[in-house]
Unconditional design. Structure first.
Length: 510
């Protein structure tokens, strides 16, 4: 019973958060990145973990993947059509699928790594139980737990690495530093920010210890460093020989050649760290977690001696260096939840925040802390409302698409094509992309003698106008040309329009 008392927050989060996922309806969240990760994992499972080429039921009609739903997240690399997402996470997902876990509950299953992380932080005595709720509901962690995402396992691995790094600072046992580096190295298999975090940790140690850092480089320490980095060396070599770049697909998919202006870098940094408005507000790291900025502000404005304490100085330097490294090397601004690139910044700042809360703070600082936490929770409530509305919409679209009984589905709208979600695993679905050579790609489909009927999805005029200014949308001329090609061998049979304005057009062979 004492174990439950000491870990009450762990159990509350473990058993309550899945109900929140049910409320949001996360089983209808397989879009965009989640769909790409799903296809990668299913591909591994279908090949008995021997091939990562993306599963594509339409491959016999479209061998060049011109009409694939994930064309923006996949490409041919050394003759294989692969996705950009970390293969390490695909292996974990495929493992769950091998054990019989259905995709519909995968967001809840993959979440399990986060309560384990909280349990370890509580076990080693770094954080109070109540802090876990602030960590879950008041940071960028939350937004990454709604769909199939590598964040829970990535955060677990790096949290363990950080714990062993702190344990080394207190004990100087070389086993701790070796385990820490090995864990951060494994973290790179999931997201490249782990490498930047290692750099920030080392620079934090150098800044704090200065000359003492280099005099402490004993042969045993250097050997421990070398051994700890073995998984990272393997990561570089494997990526280079398998993909042609030491940093792997995640790098060459996201980092495009060409210079980026200073103003664009500053805009990205602002978006990632705080916020930026570009048609919609970006949720930067400190906008989602303003309470984590309070100890930093306190150290500068009120009590500089707090910042000069050994561990506190280390936390501050690591945070500042990591923030700069990520903000100015990020391939983009992180879309809506822009602060997600700074996920690992949570670790040094939450440790600093926990120590700051032990101080005899004035009433004004405590009020500011409560106000910032409430603000962070309000941001999460807004996210929950948006996620739930989006899930309701996606379910309606998915059900309408899934109800079509034809063996082949064609879409003239890339967004609606993606909203087929898990249906992409079951039958040939084609996204007629105006940027690609769709005319060449569609002929093998329509000319297949075994194809007796298919469904072409379009939109009513009101819905179509909403998409006119977006990229890759069809012009009237293009739609007329498509219709002419189809009607050479097929005749329009019937149509059904959904309440959302999507039209399912049934065509049958003449």
């Amino acid at each position: 019973m004492d174990f439950f008392k000491r870990n009450w927050a762990f159990f509350v989060i473990l058993f309550s958060f899945p109900f929140l996922q049910i409320y949001i309806d996360t089983k209808n969240s397989f879009l965009s990145d989640s769909l790409g990760k799903t296809l990668q994992a299913e591909s591994l499972l279908n090949s008995n973990f021997t091939d990562e080429e993306l599963v594509y039921p339409a491959s016999e009609f479209d061998p060049e993947r011109q009409l694939s739903v994930v064309d923006e997240f996949a490409r041919f690399v050394k003759g294989r059509y692969i996705g950009q997402y970390p293969i390490a996470f695909s292996i974990i997902l495929a493992g769950f699928r091998f054990l019989g876990v259905p995709w519909e509950i995968m967001p809840a299953v993959s979440f399990i790594f986060l309560p384990i992380t909280f349990g370890l932080l509580g076990y080693y005595g770094f954080l109070r139980q109540r802090t876990f709720f602030v960590l879950l509901l008041g940071t960028v962690l939350f937004s990454s737990l709604i769909d199939v995402n590598e964040t829970p396992v990535f955060f677990l691995i790096n949290t363990l690495g950080f714990i062993f790094w702190i344990r080394y600072r207190k004990s100087l046992h070389l086993t701790n530093i070796m385990l820490s580096l090995a864990l951060f190295s494994f973290g790179a298999y999931f997201r490249l920010e782990s490498i930047l975090f290692i750099v920030a940790l080392v620079l934090g140690e150098i800044f704090e210890k200065k000359k003492d850092f280099f005099t402490g480089l004993t042969p045993g320490f250097v050997l421990s460093f070398f051994i700890g980095f073995i998984p990272l060396y393997f990561f570089f070599v494997w990526n280079f020989y398998d993909y042609g770049h030491a940093l792997g697909p995640r790098y060459f998919f996201n980092f495009y050649p060409g210079p980026v202006s200073l103003s664009e870098k500053l805009t990205r940094a602002s978006s990632i760290v705080f916020t930026y408005y570009n048609g919609a507000p970006k949720l930067g790291f400190f906008l989602c977690s303003p309470f984590l900025f309070l100890p930093v502000l306190y150290s500068v404005v009120v009590n500089r001696s707090f910042a000069k304490e050994k561990d506190h100085l280390f936390y501050l330097v690591v945070s500042f260096v990591f923030l700069l490294l990520v903000s100015f090397t990020a391939p983009n601004d992180g879309v809506t939840i822009s602060g997600r690139y700074l996920l690992l910044l949570i670790l040094p700042l939450i440790f600093l925040y926990e120590n700051w809360m032990d101080l005899p703070l004035s009433r004004s600082w405590r009020i500011a802390n409560v106000a910032m936490i409430v603000f962070a929770f309000l941001i999460v409530l807004v996210q929950i409302a948006i996620f739930r509305m989006a899930a309701k919409h996606m379910k309606e679209v998915k059900d309408f698409i899934s109800s079509r009984q034809t063996p082949v589905l064609l879409f003239t709208n890339k967004v609606h094509c993606a909203e087929g979600q898990l249906e992409h695993l079951k039958r040939p679905i084609f996204c007629l992309n105006t940027v690609r050579d769709w005319e060449k790609a569609i002929h093998p489909i329509l000319e297949d003698p075994n194809l007796k009927e298919f469904t072409l999805f379009s939109e009513n005029e009101k819905l179509r106008k909403m998409f006119l200014n977006q990229d890759k949308q069809w012009s009237d001329e293009g739609l007329s040309k498509l219709k002419a090609i189809i009607e050479k061998d097929y005749v329009f049979s019937e149509k059904e329009e959904s309440p959302l304005g999507i039209i399912a057009n049934l065509y049958k062979r003449k």
